[in-house]
Ligand binder design. Structure first.
Ligand code: GLN
Length: 375
């Protein structure tokens, strides 16, 4: 994974970069790219991941898997190293929606050791999938309203990704779903809000890695200041240091209101926009990422890498559940993912919607080059 879960392509992994099993020159996505690559290569049947701004869904999309980020508070974060505590949520990845359900089921529920894990109804995802399958006729999506927002088909969207996503939406319609137009917050505003709040929370969370209490400790410090300075300079990679610097700046006296407080206000508006959109639909569909897996050698500058998170981060800011499912391949044979966003606590609906789609299509049955050799 990317160091401290910060990144979208595993280029910042402390242990070296991860290759995409579909094409070894391509990135597996991130931050949970190692988990996704291990499943896509056929090394393991399922894997966990954490998703602060897309880190389950985007690697699932790049590696041709299904991956689900549950509602904030559904899975305990106890034992997870915090990145941005108000956004982090654990979830599952697998070859199919049903595999995700099997792994997610034992992960959910209230945990007294995590004050943000919420006491709520306990669905049985696998049972819900079976019930939906038993009830489904030849139009399994009759009555399902899928919201589509033009904001999610914005300028940077790759044409082949758009084609695969639109074809999947047509298939949903063919199987009974109704497509309705909705509006959500301009993704560029969401991106700026996320890249203010996530680093702010990260800078606070990572302050505990000071070489005294947690984390790497430098060799032979001359005094306390040297211990702190070198432990944190040597122990954190460039991307993590960049986020700590941005976050600390945003939280500093004098800038706090202009940046952090303002971003929190916009976060409220993002939640409100989703509430309004969900008044007329049951799920919202979008591409998971604007492109398929790109080449590691492209040497992306950070701001361009951040743009790749444009469709996934609003979900975390609003605490909603969302899933990515494979919907086809580009002409270069790289997987494309469709994101389904649900209302709070509606993971079952997302999993059953993806499962019923997978009953009628075979995108999730395609294998990566490596899996073909090993499975
Ligand atoms: N790519 C996003 C970031 O770098 C999301 C990471 C994540 O979800 N852990 O912050």
């Amino acid at each position: 994974m990317d160091e401290f879960a910060m990144g979208s392509d595993n280029s910042s992994s402390y242990y070296g970069t991860v290759q995409n099993p579909w094409n070894l020159e391509r990135v597996p996505g991130g931050s949970s790219g190692g988990s996704a690559a291990a499943v896509a290569a056929g090394f393991v049947p399922v894997a966990t991941g954490s998703d602060t701004g897309g880190s389950i869904r985007q690697p699932a999309s790049f590696c041709g898997l299904t991956g689900i980020k549950p509602t904030y508070g559904r899975v305990s974060r106890f034992g997870m190293i915090a990145y941005a505590s108000s956004l982090d949520q654990a979830g599952s990845m697998g070859r199919s929606a049903k595999d995700c359900a099997y792994l997610l089921q034992p992960m959910i529920g209230h945990d007294p050791r995590d004050a943000t894990s919420i006491k709520y109804d306990m669905p049985d995802y696998v049972q819900d999938i079976s019930d939906a399958e038993a009830a489904a006729g030849d139009k399994p999506f009759n009555g399902l309203r899928i919201g589509v927002a033009k904001e999610y088909f914005s300028a940077g969207l790759d044409a082949e990704v758009e084609t695969a996503v639109r074809a999947a939406l047509n298939k949903y319609e063919e199987l009974g779903a109704t497509i309705v137009e909705v509006n959500i917050t301009d993704p560029e505003i969401t991106l700026a809000t996320y890249y203010m709040l996530a680093p702010a929370e990260a800078s606070s969370n990572l302050s505990r890695f000071d070489g005294v209490r947690f984390g790497y400790r430098c060799e032979n410090p001359t005094d306390l200041l040297d211990l702190y300075t070198r432990s944190r300079s040597e122990g954190f990679g460039p991307e993590v240091q960049r986020r700590i610097l941005t976050g600390t700046y945003a939280l500093s006296a004098g800038y706090f209101d202009a940046y952090y407080t303002k971003a929190q206000k916009i976060r409220r508006l993002i939640v409100k926009d989703f509430d309004e959109a969900f008044a007329s639909c049951d799920v919202i569909a979008s591409p998971t990422a604007p492109t398929a897996a790109y080449k590691l050698s492209d040497n992306l500058d950070p701001a361009t890498m951040y743009l790749g998170d444009v469709y996934t981060i609003a979900v975390n800011l609003a605490g909603l559940p969302a899933l990515s499912q494979p919907v086809g391949l580009t002409s270069e044979g790289l997987p494309v993912g469709l994101q389904l966003i649900g209302k709070h606590w509606q993971e079952s609906q997302l999993l059953t919607t993806a499962h019923l789609f997978q009953q009628h299509t075979d995108h999730h049955l395609q294998h990566s080059t490596i899996a073909k050799e090993t499975v």
